[in-house]
Write a protein that binds this ligand. Structure first.
Ligand SMILES: [Zn+2]
Length: 339
């Protein structure tokens, strides 16, 4: 399975600039960057991406994911309420399975975790996983105004009106995935470290380790009010078009060392570095992307707690960003930092 080893330089460069800047739509990277996308949910063998559309009818459908979200084309919906999470704070004595499935790192989640607000129905958690790039370029799946972020977390849930994930995943309203972007910031993120601490134990495909429970919500933005919503699909075969996507506006921050750890720790089923495990963005085919807020040029970033948080907030760049946010949204500087 072709992965990032020996890749030529990515047009995005080494860990490109932070934040949302108006950048041109990404030129389509060569197809060999993509054939190894995450075994999203089903842990099925992922065939050569060039064959996805031949082997799986839904992969050539008109409601595929991920997508580029063009802020100017989103529609503000005041009916989209804040996402509410239930049961996300897990005790340390509840052990969770963390696995290298050859395509990503997957943390299995207990069904006691759920989304209880922000969707018309309730959804139970199944697992979370990450998408990332390589030292040559970023690796989020969704892009905003053509900007690809360093990495992206997906927390996968299924509708409680169905008896199982397997039953739900083929229904139009079967799945809900919460997505958040990761960028590099000035300090370690202690919550992501809960996972990264164990990456060296699962370097090879199929390896797994038990990790103590923690507050899974801390892997997601503090601000669960501002997000994009659209109907899409699994981003790997069988590409079922059964996902109601939530893509948060607020970006999570991890340190450069942590990002390197994420990018370099795992190997795929060929024994090569597991990198750039994202699918290219798919055509909207006329779909509407809703926003729970009125999007602006600036997107807030969330730094983990620390004294630098105040310092950076007082720095010119962050201060300007914060003021812009406050002018346009009721988002305060303090909400950027985890207190
Ligand atoms: Zn994913």
């Amino acid at each position: 399975m072709p992965l990032g080893a020996g890749l030529p330089p990515d047009p995005h460069g080494l860990f490109p600039g932070q934040g949302l800047s108006p950048s041109p739509p990404p030129s389509k990277p060569p197809s060999w960057l993509f054939p190894h996308v995450v075994s999203f949910l089903l842990f099925l063998p992922i065939p050569d991406r060039n064959r996805w559309s031949e082997d799986y009818q839904d992969c050539r459908g008109t409601m595929q994911s991920p997508i580029n979200i063009n802020m100017a084309n989103t529609i503000f919906s005041p009916h989209l309420r804040a996402i509410q999470l239930s049961g996300y704070s897990l005790p340390a004595n509840e052990m969770l399975k963390l696995k290298n499935n050859g395509h990503t790192v997957v943390l299995e989640l207990p069904q006691s975790m759920a989304i209880t607000g922000g969707y018309a129905q309730q959804y139970r958690a199944v697992q979370l996983h990450l998408h990332w790039g390589a030292t040559t370029g970023p690796g989020s799946e969704h892009t905003i105004n053509g900007h690809r972020f360093s990495a992206e977390i997906h927390v996968v849930h299924y509708n409680t009106k169905y008896d199982s994930f397997k039953e739900a995943m083929v229904q139009p309203d079967g799945l809900a995935v919460l997505g958040a972007f990761l960028e590099m910031g000035p300090r370690d993120n202690p919550y992501y470290q809960e996972l990264l601490d164990h990456m060296q134990q699962i370097q090879r495909e199929g390896e797994e380790v038990l990790v103590p429970g923690f507050n899974i919500a801390s892997l997601l933005p503090v601000n669960l009010k501002y997000y994009y919503r659209y109907n899409g699909s699994l981003t790997t075969p069988p590409c079922y078009q059964s996902v109601r996507w939530t893509v948060f506006n607020q970006t999570m921050m991890i340190s450069r060392d942590q990002m390197l750890m994420l990018i370099t720790s795992l190997r795929n089923d060929d024994g090569k570095p597991l990198q750039s495990n994202y699918r290219q963005t798919q055509s909207l085919h006329g779909r509407t992307v809703l926003a729970s807020f009125q999007p602006t040029f600036f997107a807030p970033k969330q730094l983990p707690a620390g004294k630098e948080c105040v310092e950076c907030a007082q720095g010119a760049g962050m201060q300007r960003q914060g003021k812009e946010q406050e002018l346009r949204h009721p988002v305060s500087l303090t909400s950027i930092c985890i207190g």
